[in-house]
Unconditional design. Structure first.
Length: 118
């Protein structure tokens, strides 16, 4: 797959909020970092991370954009909108860096900031 195809697939499966489908993007040995903190090592821990995020939301949508790609590194920017469990709407802005192995993420660094919509 090309970097563009990988990013498009990741965007598509994140839109579904289907965690099992989303995990297809990741190598079984994934190490994931969120805002500089390691949040998961392996698919089981990553599943728990995603379930904890999505279970609290009424709605979620995002748009991912490829920003750069080299041999095994992909840089992505994304924006998202979410509605939390209390009905409050948030806009998020993020960047992520993917280290790839056989078209799957083996290391994921994501940095995200969210603001309440006014």
């Amino acid at each position: 797959m090309t970097p563009e195809e990988i990013v498009a697939f990741a965007e598509k499966v994140h839109q579904t909020r289907d965690v099992e489908q989303m995990l297809q993007c990741f190598d079984p040995a994934i190490v994931a970092y969120w805002n500089g903190k390691r949040v998961a090592t392996g698919l089981d821990e990553l599943r728990v991370f995603y379930l904890g995020f999505f279970d609290k939301l009424q709605a979620f949508s995002l748009k991912k954009s490829l920003r750069a790609a080299t041999d095994d590194l992909i840089a992505v920017e994304w924006t998202h909108t979410k509605t939390d469990e209390s009905g409050r709407v948030w806009d998020g802005y993020a960047a992520e860096f993917w280290t790839m192995k056989d078209d799957r993420l083996i290391e994921w660094h994501a940095y995200c900031t969210e603001y309440p919509r006014t």
